[in-house]
Design a protein. Structure first.
Length: 109
């Protein structure tokens, strides 16, 4: 379900936030990555994800903002049901709305 945080098997077990999914087909997700330690304003947007979502360490969902002449890296992944290892938690309704705004800003929805 959109907004759920899962541990998924992708080159090792890594946290992801589900964007869409059909238990019988492909599941779209985005990696939870280490928060940027530099100023990324105008290049990327981050949404903090951590303890409130069931993770021991704070991470971030990050999307690149579109820019003329640049190739955006958006940390998206397509998974299968069997790639999902364990549910960690879920985004709050407020963070789910922020995620939707980020995806629209990045022109991914």
């Amino acid at each position: 379900m959109r907004g759920e945080v899962w541990w998924a098997e992708v080159d090792g077990v890594q946290p992801v936030v589900l964007l869409s999914g059909d238990r019988e087909r492909e599941i779209q997700a985005i990696f939870v990555v280490e928060p940027a330690r530099v100023d990324i304003e105008g290049v990327c947007v981050e949404l903090p994800v951590g303890e409130d979502e069931g993770l021991a360490e704070t991470g971030a969902v990050r999307v690149a903002t579109p820019r003329q002449g640049a190739i955006a890296c958006n940390w998206l992944v397509t998974l299968r049901q069997e790639d999902l290892v364990r549910r960690a938690g879920a985004l709050s309704p407020q963070k789910l709305q922020a995620l939707a705004r980020m995806m629209k800003l990045a022109e991914l929805e």
